[in-house]
Ligand binder design. Structure first.
Ligand code: GSH
Length: 231
């Protein structure tokens, strides 16, 4: 598949951690994305128009300005599938997985990615938190989010501590860092104490200095409201 002349559009929301993964990876790889903003605070993900792009009503969605063999527009509607697609479509641009001969390293990175993407983010997604809030006491949305995010990040710390260097796996940035950083930013809003996980803290501090992570950060997006912005 030749992407050299294809426009790539990303449906994104500034505050979305799953969108941030894709924004950061695209910056790291020098892939240009045109952003289409979907305001989750206004429930735009549930509008019919967006439902046609993603029947699952979540961001991110990558749209490639080409059609597939049946003439349908090409859309990728899961962040990890988009990240893997970038790896395979642009293998030479800042690889974000260890090299193919480091099989175990690739598995290590993927297990860290999946811990966040499969075990932490889904039960703390906006639509779940809204439901918890609706249930009311004794259910407590803030506690729910803090507990799940903290437990997941403490487990993440255990997974990476022996193999980490500057980043989650050695001294090169991988998908584990790309997925971790937005998850940490989100978890600290709910009271996760970064100091309790020293390896994550080191990785987070190192990655946060990187221009691609800064550019993909939720505070610096075109749809970040002025009062939540940072330069
Ligand atoms: N597994 C999906 C998760 C996507 C997801 O849950 N995105 C959130 C924002 S981070 C969303 O769109 N939430 C809307 C909602 O909960 O209604 C992925 O990795 O793309």
């Amino acid at each position: 598949m030749d992407l050299s002349n294809s426009e790539l559009k990303l449906y994104t929301f500034f505050r979305s951690t799953s969108s941030a993964r894709v924004r950061i990876a695209a910056h790291l790889k020098g892939i240009h994305l045109d952003y289409v903003y979907v305001n989750l605070r206004k429930a735009e993900q549930f509008e019919d128009k967006f439902g046609l792009e993603n029947p699952n009503h979540t961001v991110p969605v990558l749209a490639i300005a080409q059609t597939d063999s049946s003439g349908e527009p090409i859309l990728i509607r899961q962040s990890i599938a988009i990240l893997e697609f970038f790896e395979e479509a642009f293998p030479k641009r800042t690889p974000l997985l260890p090299p193919p001969d480091d099989l175990l390293g690739r598995a290590r990175v993927r297990e860290a990615v999946n811990l966040i993407a499969c075990d932490v983010q889904p039960p703390t997604n906006q639509r779940i938190l809204k439901r918890i809030k609706q249930f009311g006491p004794p259910a407590n949305m803030e506690e729910w989010a803090k507990e799940i995010m903290t437990a997941g990040l403490v487990a993440f710390e255990r997974l990476i501590e022996s193999g980490a260097g500057r980043y989650c796996y050695g001294d090169k940035i991988t998908l584990a860092d790309v997925v971790l950083v937005p998850a940490v930013e989100n978890a600290t809003r709910y009271g996760f104490e970064l100091e309790s996980c020293p390896t994550i803290k080191k990785v987070f501090d190192n990655a946060s200095e990187n221009p691609a992570f800064r550019a993909g950060n939720w505070r610096r997006q075109g749809d970040t409201p002025l009062d939540e912005r940072e330069d």
